[in-house]
Design a protein around this ligand. Structure first.
Ligand code: HAM
Length: 459
């Protein structure tokens, strides 16, 4: 989209008043750049100028609408949480990346890196009074001290949809329906994006067969997630830290290389729970009509310790970008917080990679400013009349910019054009005396006098 720089690193924005010249207006009072404070936000965080904000709102509107269409209710939680909510000792990157500090009351706090622990906390807080199933969504701002790459920032917004209280893969299927519905609304197809799906039960099976104790499952999965990204020696060293032997590596490498459910069934048996639920999930996907988006891929493990069953991630088929979204089942998270477990699954979908993908595919929309009309008084004696005109139009629901300062007509039309307004209303003495104002339609150049009684009624 021309002019929109959402997340664009190569476009430093220097407000025109801050070009290093003495401007006389607001802003720099110095000739020397070095005298200016650093005008960039902290590395990895983002300013949202109005054009960026328009794109963000457009994206969030789609998030909200898809959640609404799927019968989910919105919730929220504080961006600042107790650090202990996140300090799981499973070797996850997300814990190393925590923005944490001590507050003025000597409490250890953290900016949330993800929403799932806050959601679990809220579910536990309500306890048995909460009717199940819970189908909730949120669009939280999340903070991670990440190594920055294309699509990864230190601050991002993450659409979350989660279901509590449904033990079977019908829940996963419903969540994937939301993800694929969202992609479709934005103009993406199954040729652009794939949802790569597996189940942690595949890895659990391998570990059980080699006698790995259940409490090592989560931390071991975090290591297995790196299997295809890091050298074997690294994986072996990490597993050794968990007192797990090198024989696991071969078995795991073998398991994560599987690329079809039939191969998985041949390895584990048709009755294996992983095979049964994956087959059911793919059948459900046929019913929903999004099976062409799904790819079984045993190498999808996910880097968070709490997942217990089906896991999935969306990737661009060209594989040039990081994961667009990711999620899975986490049936045992609540007990790690001291509560009773409730079956749960969900996903997080960031606002950064999707914009990169839409940019690559030429699918970013061109979004207008949202201003419908510009109202202009010819002279100061028409100011009261102009504000009345603006008031009538606003009462009729039109978005109106009332020109508040003394300006020339030439400036007015340039301004209205830049805003993409539909009409300009000129409030002039003769017309006003006749109970009318002059209206120009910018797209056609057509001009007419309209009665002040009918303002806003005719668009
Ligand atoms: P996650 O895979 O860590 O999962 O993040 C989910 C998505 O958030 C990613 O696929 C990506 O779109 C976005 N994301 C994550 N980190 C960044 C970053 N630094 N910059 C930009 N985007 C980012 C979770 O967070 C789980 N809590 C999701 C979940 C919800 N699982 C169950 N319910």
């Amino acid at each position: 989209m021309g002019g929109v720089h959402y997340g664009c690193k190569s476009c430093p924005r220097v407000p025109s008043g801050l070009t290093g010249r003495r401007t006389g207006g607001m802003g720099a009072q110095s000739n020397d750049w070095s005298d200016l404070m650093n005008l960039s936000p902290p590395r990895g965080t983002r300013d949202f100028f109005p054009e960026d904000m328009r794109l963000r709102s457009w994206l969030f509107d789609h998030f909200r609408e898809v959640a609404r269409l799927h019968g989910f209710e919105e919730y929220d939680a504080p961006v600042l949480e107790s650090e202990s909510l996140y300090t799981r000792k499973a070797g996850e990157e997300i814990v190393d990346q925590l923005y944490c500090f001590e507050d003025k009351g000597n409490r250890r706090v953290a900016l949330r890196p993800e929403m799932t622990p806050s959601l679990a906390r809220m579910i536990l807080q309500k306890g048995r009074s909460l009717p199940l199933p819970v189908r909730w969504f949120s669009i939280p701002q999340c903070w991670r001290y990440e190594r920055m790459t294309r699509g990864r920032k230190r601050e991002h917004y993450q659409w979350n949809m989660d279901i509590f209280g449904v033990p079977g893969v019908t829940a996963e299927a419903e969540l994937m329906s939301a993800v694929t519905t969202f992609f479709r609304r934005l103009g993406l197809t199954s040729a652009d994006v794939a949802l790569r799906v597996s189940s942690r039960k595949v890895i659990e099976e391998v570990m059980n067969s080699l006698g790995v104790p259940p409490e090592k499952f989560g931390p071991a999965c975090v290591v297995v997630d790196k299997l295809e990204k890091r050298p074997r020696e690294f994986i072996e060293a990490e597993l050794a830290k968990l007192d797990l032997g090198t024989e696991l590596v071969d078995a795991l490498l073998d398991a994560v290389s599987l690329r079809s459910i039939d191969d998985l069934a041949a390895r584990l048996g048709e009755d294996n729970p992983a095979v049964v639920e994956l087959r059911e999930l793919f059948d459900l996907a046929e019913g929903y009509g999004y099976a062409d988006w799904l790819v079984f891929d045993a190498s999808v493990v996910r880097g968070l310790a709490y997942y217990t069953g089906v896991v999935f991630e969306a990737f661009d088929r060209g594989a040039t970008l990081r994961a667009v979204c990711g999620g899975g089942r986490y049936d045992r998270l609540l007990s790690t917080f001291g509560g009773d477990d409730v079956p749960a699954c969900g996903f997080g979908f960031g606002d950064v990679v999707i914009v990169e993908l839409l940019k690559d595919k030429g699918l970013l929309p061109s979004l207008p400013s949202g201003i419908d009309d510009v109202v202009f008084a010819f002279s100061s004696s028409q100011r009261a009349a102009a504000s009345r005109v603006a008031g009538s139009l606003r009462a009729a629901g039109r978005a109106v910019e009332l020109v508040l300062e003394k300006r020339k007509v030439k400036w007015l039309f340039k301004r209205a054009d830049r805003l993409g307004a539909e009409h300009v209303y000129l409030v002039a003495p003769d017309e006003w005396a006749n109970g009318t104002v002059r209206r120009k339609t910018l797209s056609t150049g057509e001009e007419e006098n309209v009665s002040i009684e009918t303002l806003g009624l005719s668009g």
